[in-house]
Design a protein around this ligand. Structure first.
Ligand SMILES: NC(=O)c1ccc[n+]([C@@H]2O[C@H](COP(=O)([O-])OP(=O)(O)OC[C@H]3O[C@@H](n4cnc5c(N)ncnc54)[C@H](OP(=O)(O)O)[C@@H]3O)[C@@H](O)[C@H]2O)c1
Length: 215
């Protein structure tokens, strides 16, 4: 059984942790305050464990980063480069600024010349970051059922093996995968979150996902 660390006590952490458990992975969830995950842990019937961000990262062969965008770098620092070395780190985060949206358009603290996933990869060059799950709402992350068939998850990252591993997970989670290339593609993938959220913020529609259509 592959061991997965899910760093995050929010809805994305819960959804993905539950998804990994459902698909037969061994899961440990991390938080600054693991006590807040105790109820979730007991709900899994003892199949999962909880710990600090660093403890979870040490446990995981694969690490899922599911924290607030502004906390992504500090949380990666708390885990430590030596713990993350050689591991696939699935980066679900979006660099959403604290400033409010403008007419339904979220504001980011990054620029179009540098994405958050690039910052993370530069911060810990020995880890293999793969951007994934950032361009869809948590309710549709695991085995979404949509009228148009399986949606497309856009991923990127510098390590081929890590991306193959993420593609296998996305296959299990009911997604088509489009590999957009190196980590710089995060500059295009992360803003998909802004686009995805507009119907939600303006019209309270949150049940869509992107699909790339080919001839
Ligand atoms: N919500 C969605 O549907 C969705 C969809 C796609 C992508 N995303 C992205 O996924 C990520 C997680 O989203 P979410 O909605 O589940 O939760 P969230 O509220 O954005 O993040 C909660 C997590 O962030 C951590 N955190 C917050 N401030 C921190 C700080 N100063 N230092 C260290 N850790 C801190 C919390 O740590 P503690 O556990 O210690 O409190 C918690 O684990 C975000 O980057 C979001 O943009 C969200």
């Amino acid at each position: 059984m592959t061991r997965v660390a899910v760093l995050g006590s929010g809805v994305v952490g819960k959804t993905l942790a539950d998804g990994f458990l459902q698909h037969g992975y061994e899961v440990m969830r991390g938080s600054r305050d693991p006590g807040k995950l105790a109820a979730w842990k007991s709900g899994t019937g003892g199949r999962a464990s909880i710990g600090t961000f660093a403890e979870a990262a040490r446990f995981g062969e694969i690490v899922v980063l599911a924290v607030k965008g502004t906390a992504a770098e500090p949380v990666i620092d708390l885990c430590g480069a030596e713990v993350l070395a050689g591991k696939t780190v699935i980066d679900t985060t979006n660099p959403i600024a604290d400033a409010p949206p403008v007419n339904g358009v979220l504001r980011f603290f990054t620029s179009l010349d540098e994405s958050l996933v690039e910052r993370l990869q530069k911060r810990v060059p020995v880890a293999h970051f793969v951007k994934a799950f950032s361009s869809v709402g948590n309710a549709l992350m695991v085995n979404p059922r949509l009228a148009g068939g399986p949606p497309t998850m856009f991923i990127c990252g510098d390590d081929r093996g890590a991306k193959d591993q993420v593609k296998r997970i996305l296959d299990q989670f009911g997604w088509e995968t489009e590999d957009m290339g190196s980590v710089e593609a995060g500059r295009a993938i992360e803003p998909l979150c802004m686009l995805w959220c507009i119907p939600g913020l303006l019209q309270n529609r949150w049940t869509h996902a992107f699909k790339l259509l080919n001839r």
